[in-house]
Design a protein around this ligand. Structure first.
Ligand code: ATP
Length: 143
């Protein structure tokens, strides 16, 4: 069955967010990428469907970008717990149901899970497990 092409928003275009955004683009999806840092946004501008300089804790900015029309959003802000939680709450208030968020600590995970986030991602731990699994089943690496 062919994968249906969808529209996603990626908020926070650091290493994790930009890798997710570019891979989704490679699959043919439409991506709105948002970051507060103009340099990061300008670097990715040609590679995403839309790249915007915006503060993800600003409700009006998210509304102007029509984020609620997206099928799902990845919140890839890890360092600032406050910005991550505020952004997730705004997205929830806007009616977005599929939100994936990066957690950078246990308290961050606990809060995201209490808010009812669809999928909480721990990049370092998950990658560490993937590396261990690849070493355990070396044949899988040959696919
Ligand atoms: P990574 O490991 O993915 O590179 P990081 O831990 O180095 O991320 P984070 O603080 O998690 O950095 O931020 C990821 C991205 O989110 C950065 O590019 C940062 O500019 C962006 N960001 C942080 N706060 C906001 C905000 N309020 N609105 C939009 N983007 C933000």
């Amino acid at each position: 069955m062919k994968n249906q092409l969808r529209q996603f928003a990626v908020i926070g275009l650091g290493r994790f967010g930009s890798a997710a955004a570019l891979e989704l683009m490679r699959f043919g999806h439409s991506i709105i990428g948002i970051d507060i840092d103009a340099k990061i946004v300008n670097k990715l501008a040609d590679q995403l469907t839309l790249a915007a300089i915006a503060d993800a804790t600003d409700e009006n900015a998210l509304k102007d970008l029509n984020i609620s029309n997206c099928d799902a959003t990845i919140v890839a802000i890890g360092e600032s717990l406050e910005a991550s939680i505020l952004c997730v709450l705004l997205l929830k208030n806007m009616g977005m149901s599929e939100i994936w968020a990066k957690a950078s600590s246990k308290p961050h995970h606990t809060i995201l899970s209490r808010i009812g986030i669809s999928r909480i991602v721990h990049p370092e731990e998950e990658m560490g497990m993937k590396v261990a699994q690849s070493l355990n089943y070396p044949m899988v690496n040959h696919y």
